[in-house]
Design a protein around this ligand. Structure first.
Ligand code: CTP
Ligand code: CA
Length: 236
């Protein structure tokens, strides 16, 4: 269903969107990261601006052109690098937010210790293993803490099917596990998802039931998600 751009159905709403991919330092020059472009999150921010919302975009390692586009649409862009920085920025803004959308690809693990100087290779010795520790689950924490009363918490899940289940089955169990109100499940792999110009998502509720499906540009997917969110928000 095409969105009516003249309908400012998020006017008076404050929303926080996270975008991009967090990076965890290994040493001062290296990191563990992922290929998230931040475009879906930026499209969510821009769509929310067009629908009248006050938008904060917490942008983890997002290309300046993508961030500038969100800024031009009216979003306040908060650049971050690590998961700890993203968590702090999202939680700071979430205290005043009606909706938080976690579209960022958050690193699941980070190096346990980060030396202050560059790791050197010692000829003949081979690489030293890098011990990792688990990062906090920012989405699950937001869903648990509800930093503002009545706040809607929305997650994203990029899934591939595997021997243990289909994309939708993995999405359903993640929706139930996270405690978020909505989870947008995105099938990735074989040219879809990361970095691709179009996108397809299935929106699940907290019980894992399908509430909407959308495909097309990242902006079209963004508007379909805001359609669901706008309906779910308590009236003002
Ligand atoms: N997420 C988060 N904090 C993390 C990991 C993920 O907030 N440490 C959020 C993502 O921003 C996304 C949702 O959780 O909105 C789902 O992320 P995903 O990586 O698919 O879920 P995981 O629980 O990490 O499961 P897995 O990677 O094992 O599939
Ligand atoms: Ca993960």
């Amino acid at each position: 269903l095409a969105h009516d751009a003249t309908q400012h159905d998020l006017t008076g709403r404050a929303v926080v969107v996270s975008a991009g991919g967090t990076r965890e330092p290994i040493d001062p020059v290296r990191f563990i990261g992922n290929r998230s472009s931040g475009r879906q999150g930026a499209a969510l921010a821009e769509a929310a601006c067009a629908r009248g919302a006050d938008v904060t975009l917490v942008a983890a390692n997002v290309d300046e052109t993508v961030a500038a586009s969100a800024r031009a649409a009216g979003a306040v862009v908060v650049p971050v690098e690590t998961t700890a920085q993203l968590r702090d920025a999202v939680r700071a803004a979430a205290g005043q937010a009606d909706v938080v959308v976690m579209a960022a690809a958050v690193a699941d693990f980070r190096p346990a210790e980060v030396p202050g100087s560059k790791i050197k290779k010692v000829p003949g010795e081979g690489p030293a293993p890098i011990a990792l520790v688990e990062n906090p689950d920012v989405l699950a924490e937001l869903a648990r803490d509800r930093l503002r009363a009545g706040q809607l918490v929305v997650g994203f899940a990029a899934e591939t099917g595997d021997a243990r289940g289909s994309v939708l089955e993995h999405g359903r169990s993640k929706a139930r596990r996270k405690g978020a109100d909505l989870l947008a499940v995105n099938a990735v792999g074989s040219g879809r998802g990361f970095g691709a110009p179009v996108n397809a998502v299935t929106v699940l509720d907290g019980q894992g039931e399908v509430v909407a499906e959308a495909s097309g540009t990242k902006r079209a997917v963004a508007d379909a998600i805001w359609d669901v969110v706008a309906k779910a928000l308590p009236s003002i």
